[in-house]
Design a protein around this ligand. Structure first.
Ligand SMILES: NC(=O)c1ccc[n+]([C@@H]2O[C@H](COP(=O)([O-])OP(=O)(O)OC[C@H]3O[C@@H](n4cnc5c(N)ncnc54)[C@H](OP(=O)(O)O)[C@@H]3O)[C@@H](O)[C@H]2O)c1
Length: 325
């Protein structure tokens, strides 16, 4: 097998494509022949030692991938060689093969594109948990999605629409805003060239959105919170902008509003049954065409460093896939 090896925490530029011993799956594990892997924001942080979890060096990064099972360890039930699957781990995906615990593998239902499998569970799982579970989104409510053309953002736009909400997508360029409207957003705001609060007022008759979905953080957070409607919910999803904003606590009081944390990884570990129910609903929505990963580009696995640069430069729209021949 081959894989991109991270031997020092010096970022993507220090990764090297190496021939590695093909690992055998132990008890409870499977080996996957990887067809596609996608880049998620934590992949940027993990190769710099800046993520909440630090795998021991050396390791192969890549948290989300899909392919077919090509070896099954002892005691594994329900997975067979040749089966199309998706997998989420903390590492291993930017390679030709990976061994992973069977519990972290999702069989892909018939009709589910294998490449889409590498661009689904992380972003759609996060946004479903955020909007419907933590945010208690109801049909007819208005949702503001920040960073709406990114991975979790584009999933949030589609999920909020599938749940019957009105969606205002906000992003940093007119091109990104146009993409958000193409995938279902009812309106968009370019927060580089437009005033977020003034535009939101105009789009909601002065009332404000019921939910703000925020994977960006930084300087957008406070104006977005100030725009919330009475009883609004502000979903803290991530800090892609790089800084963690602080909020005056009189603001939730004045709005009767809630500041709600979202941590999908721990939700999956702590509440696997609820996550399984969410995944079932997402698979149904996929089959009905209500949600569909937005694929930025499908590049060969050899282009991983360019893919990292594209994500760090805010150029990715939806999900960037790396594929094996
Ligand atoms: N809480 C959870 O459970 C959970 C789960 C998954 C992901 N996350 C977090 O969600 C965030 C987004 O993840 P993602 O995979 O969707 O990433 P992504 O595809 O790169 O999207 C992030 C978006 O943030 C915006 N952004 C603003 N400043 C940026 C900067 N300096 N660098 C990069 N992007 C910037 C960009 O949109 P504009 O250019 O339009 O501003 C970009 O589209 C990350 O912080 C990630 O860690 C959290």
């Amino acid at each position: 097998m081959h894989g991109w090896l991270c031997e020092t925490l010096d970022g993507a530029e220090a990764l090297s494509w190496r021939e590695l011993p093909t690992p055998e799956p132990g008890p409870g594990q499977v080996r996957i022949a990887i067809q596609a892997a996608s880049l998620n924001f934590p992949d940027l942080l993990i190769v710099k030692g800046q993520y909440q979890f630090r795998p021991p060096l050396p390791f192969v990064p890549g948290s989300e991938f899909s392919g077919v099972v090509d070896a099954v360890g002892a005691g594994v039930q329900g997975l067979r060689v040749g089966q199309p699957v998706a997998a989420i781990g903390s590492s291993g995906g930017f390679a030709t093969h990976a061994v992973i615990d069977a519990l972290r593998v999702l069989p892909l239902p018939p009709g589910f594109d294998i490449a889409h499998g590498a661009a689904f569970a992380f972003t759609y799982g996060t946004s479903h948990h955020a909007l419907l579970d933590r945010g208690q989104l109801a049909a007819g409510e208005t949702v503001l999605v920040l960073g709406a053309a990114g991975g979790v953002g584009s999933a949030a736009v589609q999920i909020a629409k599938a749940a019957g909400a009105r969606v205002i997508a906000a992003a940093s360029s007119d091109e990104k805003c146009a993409l958000c409207r193409e995938i279902g957003a009812d309106a968009s705001i370019n927060y580089t060239s437009q005033d977020l609060r003034a535009e939101l007022k105009g789009l909601t008759d002065g009332r404000g959105p019921d939910i703000v979905y925020d994977p960006v953080g930084g300087s957008l957070a406070e104006p977005a919170f100030r725009s919330l409607a009475w009883r609004g919910r502000y979903l803290v999803v991530g800090f892609a902008e790089g800084s963690i904003p602080a909020l005056p606590l009189n603001l939730p009081l004045l709005k009767g509003a809630a500041l709600v944390g979202v941590f999908w990884g721990d939700f999956v570990r702590r509440e696997p049954e609820r996550n399984a129910a969410a995944m079932t609903q997402l698979a149904q929505w996929y089959a009905q065409g209500l949600v569909r990963p937005v694929i930025d580009n499908k590049w060969p696995m050899s282009e991983l460093k360019a893919a990292y640069a594209r994500m760090a430069n805010r150029q990715v729209r939806g999900k960037l896939l790396l594929v094996n021949p």
